[in-house]
Design a protein around this ligand. Structure first.
Ligand code: PEP
Ligand code: MN
Length: 250
């Protein structure tokens, strides 16, 4: 799996331009948040960016239909999960901040009960959660037939200069060795918070995981959320090449 797209969908033009490019390069799925939010309700004097909501879901539906490109969208509430599920967007994602919201996970499991098995739920690891808790959350969502685990960074002590979060290599190895029944993908974007590290981290990730999820934008610095970790088209081209080479060898 090579999942790529912006942190958040900003407009139909933006989403289509990115989706077309990453698909041409070999991405298997388009990502793009519909429901965003920031750590503070007011950021630099402006209200937090909340995303396009339902309009973004409509845009993803169009991408699936017009470009024949399956999409991934994350939900932070049951209402949002319901909208994503009923819209037919291929994969639902449960973001890092909700991994341990077990009541939400149980409700989402019930929501997906009658959905075909190929409609997966991507479960991010919470930044402060243990691997044991992550697997427990995955079981609440329906286990390995329904869930794809997604490693993203965990909190760490060395945040000041280079990285906001840090990918936990040992945690990924633990999943591989103790829970081989789960598919595991890696998100180096939220795994580091720094676009300069994405290429090297992707190489490491491909050695251990079943896929990558990368935040990509034609003008990363204009992204309303997660700009510092978002890569441009040129960088994505290099990662798509790595992914192709990896698949040819496999
Ligand atoms: C995202 O993928 O844009 C996102 C919000 O990720 P996380 O839940 O890992 O912070
Ligand atoms: Mn993001």
């Amino acid at each position: 799996m090579l999942i790529a797209g912006p942190c958040g969908i900003e407009s139909k033009e933006q989403a289509f331009r990115i989706a077309k490019f990453v698909k041409e390069q070999g991405a298997t799925h388009f990502r793009g948040g519909a429901f965003k939010g920031q750590n503070y309700p007011v950021v630099n004097g402006k209200p937090e960016y909340l995303g396009l909501g339902k309009d973004a879901i409509e845009i993803q539906k169009d991408i699936q239909k017009e470009l024949d490109f399956p999409c991934v969208c994350d939900a932070q509430s049951f209402h949002q999960a319901f909208l994503i599920c009923t819209s037919g967007i291929k994969y639902l994602m449960v973001g890092a901040r909700n991994m341990d919201n077990l009541a939400l996970l149980r409700d989402i499991r019930t929501l997906y009960n009658d959905e075909p098995e190929d409609r997966k739920i991507i479960l991010k690891r919470g930044p402060s959660s243990t691997v044991h808790e992550w697997i427990g959350a995955a079981e609440h969502l329906g286990g390995p037939d329904r869930v794809i685990l997604c490693a993203r960074g965990v909190v760490h002590f060395d945040r000041h200069d280079y990285t906001r979060y840090r990918l936990d290599l040992v945690g990924m190895a633990e999943v591989r060795c103790y829970h081989p029944e789960y598919k595991l993908i890696v998100d180096p974007s939220h795994g580091s918070g720094n676009r300069k590290l994405i290429n090297v981290l992707s190489r490491c990730a491909l050695a251990i995981a079943d896929g990558l999820m990368i935040e990509t934008h034609y003008e990363p610095d204009t992204s309303p959320t997660d700009a510092p970790q978002t890569i441009d088209f040129n960088e994505f081209k290099k990662i798509a090449k790595l992914y192709r080479e990896y698949n040819e060898k496999a």
